[in-house]
Design a protein around this ligand. Structure first.
Ligand code: BGC
Length: 769
């Protein structure tokens, strides 16, 4: 009897709940406003404060506490960077956000059955392809893989300006140039979003230093901000409509970017027409209510204290309910677009083999041949003496959230053997024994490995080993490896500069191999710029292989063998010495004392700090070219196994009206097929505003041109390519006068020029799109 009564009660209760549910709106893309009306204040706040970041192995108390209620909810995709809250009674699901720029970043140190992702090449390599078709394709595989794993938003592309070679996250970023950065970011975004997966373009903005990254105040002029540090984001927003954008950790001129109304509401939304959601970087900013009021809709990964701050601010009238509602509306607008909301039945089984093949192809496309004294490509019959730890233990990518748990990595030794080369066995076995014994000393994995990976000390090479190798092989290849990553900047000594031991090895190698009439090839396996001028004359070839992802060894071998003709070009200047870089004066900024009561974060101990961008708009080649400072390798430089001829430039008109088109024909005049990256720089009149001698305003990569084959390329320049930002007018202005189009193979190797004129100054009103 009791049982029957209980059954009746449960049925009644269920009926009541479903009747109540029927009256409640269930989220769909047409009833968002109605759903917002049905939300309580607490529910609204849940939607704008995220949840769900768990770092395996993090000691208790180290990270800010999660809401214990949230901890009870199992994640849809474990190991990602976080998710939003679900409000089940209104049909609002939780959506999943995951890093990162080099592939899906699953945080899983301990799981016996880790989830693997394709480790694609780092951002700098992707940009070094200068190829929007190729980078869109890599975006497509990232998006596809995210979709197969049930992830809604990928926290990429990252494309802050590589202002200084020591920037710890430069490897994730694209270039020192905003036009190139923004254009590549748009291509990657278009590729990812094609799959119905959103991106988060990051980190908005002027996040160019890792030291004290959570509290660094960047002091920068409005012009430099607009022309250098915001421009890439403006291009990406306008060309690819990113679903979300991530604000950065730093402050700009005294205000946290996540709390800056000027940056988010005025510039990003009003001027550029950004329609998506703005999300904070993880644990950034200081006041969640101020952040929401400024237009930063979602706080990630979300902490209970942030929810309380927002609730109290609304109750105390410090935050308008309409501002909270706007944030909620943007979250819901995003949710309804996601695969989770649309109940996509994901496989959890991406085609990692097919994706690895694309990763290999792109890796080879973005490597840059810097020197080649008839050393490359090598005949397949060559026996290679291979030196350098990284030749046997490749550095596939950088560290931090841009790292990827991969099933395997192909080192150069394997890649060369896969390509049919023979390796000189003595050096191989000495390195392998050394690496194995050093690896055995590795400390047990800890959660801090994410930021401080264990790296093996470079093996000291004995002279006898070099002499023996020179006798028993045809050629030497030595890899110089460098790792860098999130939360730390690089150092000049023993990082940007080679160590004394590395230089000594290079010298002895060159002397010993040259004495036997044999060549020495250097492969650089690094995330960014290093010093080369002091040692490059000793060696015969230098290949900048960057950190090329899990298939890196195969991709390098493709270039060494000539299967792929190198076609990448540098996206940042390689200075002769670090002190030649203008920002070397004050990078990474000045550390300030802790304020009273301020404590150091145990995870990322960051002090308040300040950095002044004295270099203003003269960043990278804008400085080196304008001031005529010699470089080791200039922006845009890269060699090929073939040569190209540049025909004359034809202009659509001699006067600029609302646009102008420049056309040029490129011909492969060498003996093998190859691709050329054609760069268009513009010199603008500088009566009113000082200008760099030239700026990149267009680029294109040819198709694979066979010997004697030509391709005609057109570039269209519009007003925004002509204009500079005049802070006195709060406007972009294209100055009247003579403009010179300079088309070439690098920023210094200009092949053809042509002038056009603009009759009158034209102002571009920043308040319009
Ligand atoms: C990084 C972001 C990343 C986020 C989530 C932050 O520390 O700066 O780039 O997307 O963590 O992992």
């Amino acid at each position: 009897m009791k049982k029957i009564l209980l059954l009746i009660c449960i049925t009644c209760l269920n009926l009541m709940v479903s009747a109540q549910k029927k009256q409640l709106p269930q989220l769909n893309k047409n009833n968002i406003k109605q759903v917002i009306k049905a939300l309580t204040l607490e529910e609204k706040v849940k939607l704008v404060v995220g949840m769900g970041m768990y770092i395996p192995g993090a000691p208790a108390g180290l990270l800010p506490p999660n809401d214990p209620e949230d901890d009870k909810i199992a994640p849809k995709v474990p190991g990602t960077s976080g998710r939003t809250h679900a409000i089940n009674r209104l049909g609002i699901p939780s959506i999943t956000l995951s890093d990162g720029p080099a592939g899906i970043h699953f945080m899983d140190l301990t799981n016996a059955k880790p989830k693997y992702a394709t480790a694609i090449p780092i951002g700098t390599l992707l940009a070094s392809t200068w190829d929007t078709i190729m980078t869109k394709k890599i975006g497509e595989i990232l998006g596809r893989e995210a979709k197969d794993y049930g992830i809604d938003i990928m926290l990429t592309p990252a494309f802050n300006i590589q202002r200084n070679p020591l920037g710890g996250r430069n490897f994730e970023y694209y270039s020192e140039d905003p036009f190139l950065s923004g254009t590549i970011a748009a291509a990657v975004t278009n590729g990812i979003q094609k799959n119905g997966i959103g991106v988060s373009v990051k980190h908005f903005a002027a996040n160019n230093t890792e030291t004290n990254r959570m509290k660094l105040n960047t002091i920068v002029s409005e012009r430099a901000l607009r022309e250098i540090y915001l421009k890439g984001f403006e291009i990406a927003v306008k060309k690819s409509n990113p679903w979300t954008l991530m604000t950065s950790y730093n402050l700009i001129n005294g205000t946290y970017t996540s709390e800056s109304k000027d940056l988010i509401s005025k510039i990003l939304r009003k001027e550029w027409g950004f329609k998506g959601l703005v999300v904070s970087d993880w644990f950034s900013g200081q006041n969640a209510a101020v952040s929401l009021g400024a237009g930063n809709d979602l706080q990630m990964p979300g902490r209970p204290d942030q929810a309380h701050t927002i609730i109290n601010a609304v109750k105390d009238g410090l935050l308008a309910m309409s501002d909270l509602d706007l944030g909620v509306e943007r979250v819901l607008n995003l949710v309804v677009k996601t695969i989770t909301f649309n109940k996509y039945n994901y496989s959890n089984n991406p085609d990692l083999t097919a994706n690895a093949a694309i990763s290999r192809m792109v890796a080879a496309e973005g490597m840059v041949l810097l020197k080649n004294n008839n050393a490359l490509p090598l005949p397949k019959s060559s026996t290679i003496a291979l030196f350098g730890n990284a030749s046997y233990d490749i550095i596939a990518g950088g560290t931090g959230s841009g790292d990827v748990v991969k099933k395997y990595t192909i080192s150069l030794d394997e890649g060369l053997v896969n390509s049919g080369f023979k390796l000189q066995q003595n050096s191989k076995s000495i390195y392998e024994d050394y690496i194995k014994s050093e690896n055995e000393k590795k400390p047990a994995p800890s959660f801090m490995d994410v930021f401080n990976p264990f790296s093996i000390k470079e093996m000291e090479v004995k002279n006898e080993m070099i002499i023996e190798s020179a006798a028993n092989s045809d050629v030497a290849i030595i890899t110089i490896g460098r790792i860098s990553g999130e939360s730390k900047d690089r150092k000049v000594e023993n990082d940007f500069n080679l160590t004394d031991a590395e230089k000594q090895t290079l010298k002895t190698l060159s002397e010993s191999f040259h004495a036997k009439n044999k060549k020495v090839i250097v492969v650089i396996n690094a995330g960014g710029v290093i010093e080369m001028a002091s040692w490059s004359p000793w060696v015969d070839a230098i290949l900048m292989a960057w950190q090329p992802g899990m298939e890196g060894g195969n991709a390098i071998a493709d270039i060494v063998s000539g299967k792929v003709n190198p076609s990448g070009k540098l996206t940042a200047t390689f200075p002769i010495s670090y002190t030649d870089v203008p920002s070397s004066q004050n990078f990474p900024g000045k550390q300030l004392p802790l304020k009273e009561g301020e404590t150091l974060d145990p995870v990322m101990p960051t002090y308040p700090a300040e950095i002044t961008y004295d270099d203003d708009i003269y960043v990278g080649y804008r400085y080196f070219n304008t001031k005529k400072v010699k470089t080791a390798y200039e922006f845009g430089f890269g060699l090929s196994y073939t040569q190209f001829y540049y025909g004359d430039i034809k202009l659509s008109s001699a006067d600029f009206k609302d646009k102008i088109t420049a056309t040029i024909t490129i011909k492969n005049t060498g003996k093998v097929a190859g691709k050329e990256i054609v760069q268009l720089y513009l010199s603008a009149p500088s009566e009113k505003l000082k200008k760099p001698s030239q700026e990149l305003k267009g680029f294109a990569k040819t198709k694979l041109l066979q010997p004697n084959e030509s391709q005609t390329i057109s570039f269209t320049l519009t007003l925004s390519e002509l204009a500079s930002y005049d802070p006195a007018l709060s406007s972009w202005i294209a100055e009247a006068g003579k403009y010179t189009i300079r088309i070439g193979a690098s920023s210094l190797d200009i092949k053809q020029t042509k002038e056009f004129s603009l009759k009158k100054d034209i102002l571009m009103n920043t308040n319009k799109k």
